[in-house]
Design a protein around this ligand. Structure first.
Ligand SMILES: [Fe+2]
Ligand SMILES: [Fe+2]
Length: 198
């Protein structure tokens, strides 16, 4: 990513996120770049870009998010259910669109990493897993297992990804929240393809 685009992204985020969310995005970018340097050869810039942008649509209201997709005639799997039960989940998908439309990001891997950072999907790339994990255990996350999964991710990205996925689903169940079918699809794909311990 050239300095100019990075500056544009930073300016946009400064105007469109709270200071806390801006700090979170920065932390995710830093952790993602670190994980990319350990787990893939030269993807640190892509990881940084995806990390910085992953929550770029985070402050859109539920109504804005729903309208965003209606206006674009986007077909999104589970859109009706997500709109009804948990519209804030749309921020990931909207973020992918904002990254493409506003910053002309064309790299499919970066866009997929942004879109799937909350719910995952089947057969994720290394970058997608990095952003999924980095978002969940970035330095600003103070919950019980964050530090352990963060350290685990440095050595074993797949194990860390699976633990993050489990913790996310446990949280939804323990708080009697609606479970989006997409995260169940993610889980089922990894379990049925024997990827859990790879
Ligand atoms: Fe997010
Ligand atoms: Fe995030």
């Amino acid at each position: 990513m050239c300095k100019n685009i990075e500056k544009q992204i930073f300016n946009y985020l400064s105007e469109n996120l709270t200071p806390k969310k801006l700090e979170h995005s920065y932390n995710v970018a830093m952790l993602a770049a670190d994980l990319a340097s350990r787990h893939s050869s030269n993807d640190t810039l892509k990881a940084r870009t995806a990390g910085l942008l992953h929550d770029c649509a985070k402050l859109m209201t539920d109504k804005e998010l729903i309208d965003f997709f209606k206006k674009r005639n986007k077909t999104l799997k589970y859109f009706q259910d997500i709109s009804k039960f948990s519209p804030h989940l749309l921020h990931s998908f909207a973020g992918g669109n904002v990254a493409r439309e506003k910053f002309k990001i064309k790299d499919k891997d970066i866009l997929n990493a942004i879109k799937n950072h909350t719910l995952g999907r089947e057969n994720m790339s290394v970058l997608e897993k990095i952003i999924f994990v980095a978002d969940y255990v970035s330095r600003d996350r103070k919950w019980k297992y964050a530090k352990r999964i963060r350290n685990l991710a440095k050595n074993d990205l797949n194990k860390a990804f699976f633990e993050a996925l489990i913790k996310k689903m446990e949280y939804v169940i323990n708080n009697s929240m609606w479970m989006c079918p997409q995260i169940i699809d993610t889980w089922n794909w990894y379990v049925s393809n024997g990827k859990k311990d790879n």
